[in-house]
Design a protein around this ligand. Structure first.
Ligand code: ADP
Length: 736
């Protein structure tokens, strides 16, 4: 065995989540939860990682899915036949004596006393920096739980995750409540959405409000595109996308221009229906005129995306990666990645798209739910062969071919963190609307399924993020002709039970929290490459004899490298502050005016009348856009557009991201000074008379801005540091 082989083996072993039981494997449905199908046979292990296959294609244009009877957990689930076409506790310094060091603070209205420390250099004091609404709730849960009693889990809504959840809870020796219970549980496991059970007022739920909406194809594309505008190089892992039908014209014009300028270029595009999953309704086109925009009927909401023509191939087959990611908390942002994942293989040798093969579903789409219907689908007894393999077996294979898998893994980590940063602003708006600060409610966490394609040059590309990745640990098998049953799938069990069990371990209300120093600013410099694995603490005393965690923290661990990207989150914090009414997600015209006034953004060149016109103009346009709610008012995305516009007016000659960063600093400074004035007023009033129950001039959203202060400070400083590292050719040209 060569040294290189040994090194590779050690790396792979490091990356495996549940390395002990390596002999087992199987197939599964790695799709959104309403998932599917089966298959079995043996596939000879064709060695070699190749790129760009040249083999002739066979197989069909479409395949017909059969009606199958499935039995799982004693229940029969039926899937209809369908054609598958290819196609209040954070406080600013003003609350404290600026000279004070450790001070006690009475939080009005709560009767609570908090202790905090003034930061030597900062304008803000964060009482328990990591504590915020979410964290405080979690701590309340902690007090509730874990005093000589096992953690309780309500799994009455767990649906297809039930079996994996039961196994996890058994390993943890926790207490399961398959039918729920009257008394509150520590953890609620929902199969689909946060709203599966509306009555939860404490504990932790495994879904974030708004996640399903956020991760619909159009919304995710919008969120990533906003980040691409600000940070084009950092967000180049997402294929160029257009939103249909509204950007149909733009798409046609741009592609026509590209083709005119470079006639040899023959790009291909993939059209994905907004609410589709499992490859449903997806098709490839080579010309905008091939878009299926139905005349007479409402045009379908979809994303059309540049098709990655040169994917990395293994055994001449295209494949993608399903990576499990735990979003442990929004505030502070905490992200974990599972070291073991799955890879799903096509069942027809890959060829670059041509007019002839565009409709070859088994060649171009890696969805398990499609390929399982191919006669070539292989259910192998080995983890490293067949149509579904473990991620570690694929990485091992690549490493054996000399691929720098450490770099691939670090690129994947970066992709995950950047995508999460793009998602968080919208999620925070949903969060405050569903669980307003001060109101009883649970805290949230969520396991997400990232679908990633490796390009021929090994660059990872984000395909989509699933809010509800399948946690089923059975796969379908044809027990008689046309009759399918669910049978246990050892690989699914190994990967998914590990992910669920370790998610629970991390969410254990009794688990000691790691110190949160991550929001401190000032990483020395921005490094593109994320180090592979400096082990984080992955075992706590509560873990007993359990294996080490298969989930690795990547954020806040890599805060230094990525915090400067969190600009839109700061815009979202402003947005939330001015929302005013609890539960609201849209900004009215008066609130928008208040924002402009409070941040002193109007002047002789930009009157309040112009502000109103801007508001009307942007909200009108957004209300006509695809996927946007028809409610009145300005949603976050529209507010972000308005903010970019204002930033452009104010700091004309700067690049967009510097315009936005500068305007943010300006607004935040205005709000800080206003808060200071109000605090002083309130202190002097309180000396003179008994203090009335306070309604803050800026409404309850005010508390929201308190908590991002460390984020603001950190990302501002990191942003500045980052800016120093990139060539700066332009100077600020402040309009007024
Ligand atoms: P769905 O939610 O319907 O599964 P995806 O976005 O995951 O939709 O796309 C389905 C499949 O299509 C992916 O698994 C992948 O194989 C292929 N695919 C999607 N987008 C691209 C792309 N931009 N380039 C190449 N292949 C893609």
């Amino acid at each position: 065995m060569s040294d290189r082989y040994v090194r590779v083996k050690i790396q792979i072993e490091d990356m495996k989540s549940l390395g002990e039981d390596a002999g087992r494997e199987a197939a599964d449905a790695e799709e959104q939860a309403p998932e599917g199908p089966p298959a079995a046979s043996v596939f000879p292990d064709a060695p070699g990682v190749t790129v760009a296959a040249g083999d002739a294609s066979r197989v069909p244009l479409t395949c017909k899915q059969r009606v199958k009877s499935r039995s799982t957990a004693g229940k029969d689930v039926r899937k209809h036949a369908s054609d598958v076409p290819l196609h209040g506790s954070v406080v600013t310094a003003r609350h404290l004596n600026r000279l004070g060091h450790e001070r006690a603070l009475h939080v009005r209205g709560t009767g609570k006393i908090l202790r905090g420390q003034l930061e030597a250099n900062g304008n803000y004091v964060n009482i328990h920096p990591s504590k915020n609404n979410q964290e405080t709730r979690r701590e309340d849960g902690f007090k509730l739980a874990r005093k000589n009693r096992p953690v309780t889990v309500d799994m009455s809504k767990a649906k297809t995750s039930l079996e994996a959840l039961k196994l996890s809870i058994k390993q943890l020796k926790w207490k399961e409540f398959p039918l729920g219970r009257r008394a509150p549980c520590d953890i609620y496991w929902h199969g689909v959405s946060f709203h599966d059970n509306e009555k939860i007022v404490s504990g932790q739920v495994n879904k974030f409000p708004g996640m399903i909406e956020m991760l619909r194809k159009i919304n995710l594309s919008r969120a990533v595109r906003t980040m691409q505008e600000l940070f084009p190089e950092e967000y180049d892992f997402y294929p160029r996308s257009w939103i249909l039908p509204e950007e149909c014209q733009q798409f046609s014009t741009q592609i026509r221009m590209v083709k005119e300028n470079e006639p040899t270029l023959n790009p291909t595009f993939i059209v994905k229906p907004d609410s589709g999953s499992q490859g449903d309704g997806i098709y490839l086109i080579r010309d905008p005129s091939d878009l299926k925009l139905m005349a007479g009927s409402p045009a379908k909401q979809a994303v059309v995306q540049e098709y990655i023509q040169k994917p990395l191939l293994i055994d001449k087959l295209k494949f993608d990666i399903r990576l499990y990611v735990l979003l442990k908390s929004l505030e502070p942002l905490e992200i974990y990645i599972a070291k073991e994942g799955l890879t799903r293989f096509c069942t027809e040798p890959y060829q670059e798209p041509s007019q002839k093969n565009l409709s070859h579903v088994f060649m171009h789409l890696t969805n398990y739910s499609l390929n399982v219907h191919s006669g070539n689908f292989v259910h192998s007894d080995s983890q490293s062969t067949g149509s579904k393999r473990t991620l570690s077996s694929v990485l091992y294979r690549l490493a054996a071919k000399g691929v720098d898998i450490k770099k691939v893994w670090s690129d994947i980590i970066a992709l995950v963190i950047k995508t999460a940063i793009a998602m968080v602003p919208e999620l925070r708006v949903h969060y405050q609307a569903d669980i307003p600060p001060g109101k009883p409610g649970p805290t949230c966490f969520q396991i997400l399924g990232f679908d990633i394609l490796l390009m021929k040059n090994l660059k990872p590309v984000l395909l989509e993020v699933n809010s509800n990745p399948s946690m089923r640990i059975e796969h379908e098998q044809e027990v008689a002709t046309g009759v399918f049953e669910y049978v246990p799938s050892p690989v699914d069990e190994e990967v998914k039970v590990g992910v669920i069990r370790d998610t629970l371990r991390l969410m254990d209300p009794g688990r000691r929290k790691p110190s949160v120093s991550h929001l401190r600013a000032g990483g020395p410099e921005h490094s593109e490459e994320v180090p592979m694995e400096a082990e984080t603490r992955d075992r706590s005393p509560e873990d007993g004899a359990l294996p080490s965690l298969c989930l690795k923290q990547v954020y806040p661990k890599y805060t230094k490298q990525f915090n400067y990207l969190r600009l839109v989150e700061r815009i979202a914090a402003l947005f939330i502050r001015f929302l005013g009414v609890k539960g609201n997600m849209r900004l009215g015209p008066t609130a928008f005016r208040t924002f402009i006034r409070t941040c002193k953004l109007s002047n002789s060149n930009f009157s309040m009348a112009s502000v109103d016109i801007l508001y009307i103009d942007i909200t009108r346009r957004w209300s006509g856009t695809t996927g946007e709610s028809k409610e009145a008012g300005m949603g976050l995305q529209a507010f972000v557009e308005a903010f970019f516009h204002l930033a452009g007016r104010r700091f004309k000659s700067l690049p967009l991201r510097e315009q936005v960063a500068s305007l943010l600093e300006l607004c935040e400074a205005q709000l800080e000074s206003q808060t200071a004035v109000e605090e002083r007023r309130s202190v002097s009033c309180s000396r003179a008379m008994p203090r009335p129950a306070k309604t803050h001039a800026l409404g309850p959203g005010n508390r929201q801005l308190g908590s991002p202060a460390p984020l603001r400070r950190a990302s501002s400083q990191e942003y500045r540091l980052h800016q120093r590292l990139i060539p700066r050719t332009l100077r600020a040209n402040v309009e007024n």
